[in-house]
Design a protein around this ligand. Structure first.
Ligand code: SAM
Ligand code: SF4
Ligand code: SF4
Length: 337
């Protein structure tokens, strides 16, 4: 089995299908303007499938489509069908802000998508408007109704101090109503989060305290693999998760890497450089040559970005707005969260 320098296998691939987004979440895209990827540089569905085949040959068995907002990519169900038809992936998932889910969700499930993760930080329209800078919580809720109770539906909630920490239990209850497990995510100092400060992070311990104060005893569930979320059970059986990337990073078991919509392969969320796969692919590289690139990239991987950030004596945002303009690949919405 292919393993990196820290003995971590290559299993999970996050595939960004666009860098565009129809929201402007303050923790991800706080700027007014961005430098966008060139349209001609975006991988076609055929190119994506070729690269996925190469990754699968090297051990990838789980794929997550992301962005930007993946539902802005035209004909996405056609890509899902092609990927699902290969039959060698254990799972094809999608992370979305949900705005277009009412229209697209059922078709994606019919095309072979295995699961949705929908980002939802608040149930209050006024807060949604401030957090995402678009006044459209209603569409997200309609989208969620369209996929409610679909297999292993998840909600992702970034918890921000003084913004939505008073809604955690409401979100858990809402998750129960629609058959979704909620995962609370610590606000990360990555990519576009250039206004990040440690004071705004609500850490795992505080999240547990807030939930138990209102909903009672919490039992930790033993992990059954290298998943980023630690999972917990309430006394009524409700399960929720916490992704503690800031306070308790999980780099030592990280088996994920990211492919941008223009074919740059990043082996860590914090990595400053990736490997260009589009160039060789379009220059006619053989499958064996592409496999060799991935093999060499993974074998030399020693990234443990979140652990290194945690060890810093003083911690501010990892990047400035200028660095994102110099190289848009550093942005979270480009490399895929
Ligand atoms: N647009 C889609 C969405 O929002 O679900 C997919 C892409 S988005 C970059 C993927 C995930 O990254 C979302 O769940 C989002 O909340 C999360 N995210 C973005 N910026 C973050 C940050 N600074 N800290 C923690 N999570 C973040
Ligand atoms: Fe928000 Fe996702 Fe868009 Fe980032 S990519 S601004 S998290 S919806
Ligand atoms: Fe993996 Fe990098 Fe995130 Fe650590 S910081 S969990 S190595 S992607």
């Amino acid at each position: 089995m292919l393993a990196d320098i820290l003995e971590r296998p290559l299993r999970n691939l996050r595939l960004s299908v666009t860098d565009r987004c129809n929201l402007r979440c303050t923790y991800c895209m706080p700027e007014e303007d961005y430098i966008w990827l060139q349209r001609d540089d975006l991988l076609s569905f055929e190119e994506i499938c070729t690269l996925v085949d190469v990754f699968v040959a090297q051990g990838v068995d789980k794929l997550r489509l992301t962005g930007g907002e993946p539902l802005l990519r035209r004909d996405l169900p056609a890509l899902v069908s092609s990927l699902a038809a290969r039959g060698d992936l254990r799972e094809i998932a999608l992370t979305t802000n949900g705005l277009r889910l009412a229209a697209e969700g059922p078709g994606l499930l019919a095309s072979g998508l295995d699961r949705f993760t929908v980002s939802l930080d608040t149930l209050r329209p006024d807060r949604f408007k401030v957090l995402t800078r678009r006044d459209d919580l209603r569409s997200v809720l309609a989208g969620l109704r369209a996929v409610a109770h679909s297999p292993r539906l998840k909600l992702n909630t970034v918890v921000l101090r003084g913004v939505n920490e008073d809604e955690l239990c409401d979100l858990i209850r809402f998750g129960c109503d629609i058959g979704a497990e909620v995962r609370f995510i610590e606000y990360m100092d990555v990519g576009g989060a250039n206004r990040w400060s440690p004071e705004e992070v609500v850490g795992r311990e505080r999240i547990l305290e807030l939930v138990s104060t209102e909903l009672g005893a919490i039992e930790a569930i033993a992990p059954d693999g290298p998943a980023p979320a630690a999972r917990y059970r309430l006394s009524d059986g409700t399960v929720f998760g916490i992704v503690a990337s800031v306070s308790a990073p999980f780099c030592s078991s990280c088996d994920r890497s990211r492919l941008t919509a223009d074919g740059q392969w990043f082996r860590c969320l914090y990595a400053l450089e990736g490997t260009d796969l589009r160039g060789p692919l379009r220059a006619g590289a053989s499958r064996a040559q592409l496999e060799a690139l991935i093999l060499a990239g993974w074998k030399s991987r020693a990234d443990r970005g979140a652990e290194e950030r945690k060890a810093l004596a003083r911690r501010d945002a990892a990047l400035t707005a200028e660095s994102g303009r110099d190289d848009p690949h550093l942005e979270m919405h480009t490399r895929g969260g």
